[in-house]
Design a binder for this molecule. Structure first.
Ligand SMILES: Nc1ncnc2c1ncn2[C@@H]1O[C@H](COP(=O)(O)OP(=O)(O)OP(=O)(O)O)[C@@H](O)[C@H]1O
Length: 225
């Protein structure tokens, strides 16, 4: 199987600190892969390198196809409508028709004329996902899907993401502090600690690994197949 994303031996240093140290990670085509890690582990640095926002000190990044990013904190334009926020996701493309996004995410259709700043966190996250899909990506990088959202809202977003993944053949890299969510949703996972990948493998295997349960899952976990 061809990889959608291949990162090899990636090292990123800031003045005085190594944020990523020889990181190797792959996202298989049409699969959901998780990167989990605590605050300061280096997750945002990896996303920035992947999106071309920072230049790595060494290593290589290969992306097959178009990559779109759902940023941490959603980054809505609060005074613009949902529809206009969606259009911004296609600013590099000629076709900026938002109708396909409302087909994929029907909940957005009812709020298409609302100002984004008046939406709930969950609604904004849905707009952020829709905006990324406007780029018609093959690879979607989602930075902290669950950040600041109530469990019920996260469950609903996960349902939407599973549907999208099933219908659109998307390769997804999910960056999450919520390890339980990430390991439940994704097939493969990587654990990043202090800039290094310390564990990786099938998510179901990692969910049973005592090092993962102790550090990230509060001692026990139930994983749905
Ligand atoms: N611009 C910067 N200059 C110097 N050090 C930085 C800079 N950005 C991040 N760092 C450091 O690099 C390390 C990794 O930071 P990064 O933001 O990538 O972690 P993270 O896993 O995304 O954390 P969080 O979940 O808190 O956002 C941290 O030690 C951080 O303090």
């Amino acid at each position: 199987m061809t990889g959608a994303v291949q990162i090899d031996n990636l090292t990123v240093r800031y003045a005085g600190a190594t944020a990523l140290d020889d990181v190797t990670l792959a996202v298989a085509e049409n699969e959901m892969t998780a990167l989990i890690g605590a605050n300061g582990a280096g997750k945002s640095t990896l996303v920035k390198a992947l999106c071309g926002l920072i230049r790595p000190d060494s290593g290589t990044i290969t992306v097959h196809g178009r990559l779109a990013h759902v940023p941490e904190g959603r980054e809505m334009f609060p005074d613009m409508t949902v529809d206009d926020n969606l259009r911004l996701g296609a600013w590099r493309r000629r076709r900026r028709d938002t109708a396909p996004i409302y087909d994929l995410l029907p909940d957005l259709a009812a709020i298409r004329s609302r100002r984004a700043g008046t939406l709930s966190g969950g609604q904004q996250q849905m707009v952020a996902i829709g905006r990324a899909l406007m780029a018609d990506p093959e690879v979607l990088v989602i930075d902290e899907l669950s950040l600041g959202l109530a469990p019920m809202i996260v469950t609903s977003l996960v349902g939407h993401l599973r549907n999208l993944h099933a219908t659109r053949n998307l390769s997804v890299l999910l960056i999450e502090q919520n390890a339980r969510l990430a390991l439940d949703l994704c097939r493969h996972a990587y654990v990043l600690e202090s800039g290094r990948i310390v564990l990786h493998g099938p998510a179901a295997t990692l969910a049973r690994d005592p090092r993962v349960t102790a550090a990230y899952l509060g001692g026990h976990v139930t994983v749905t197949p």
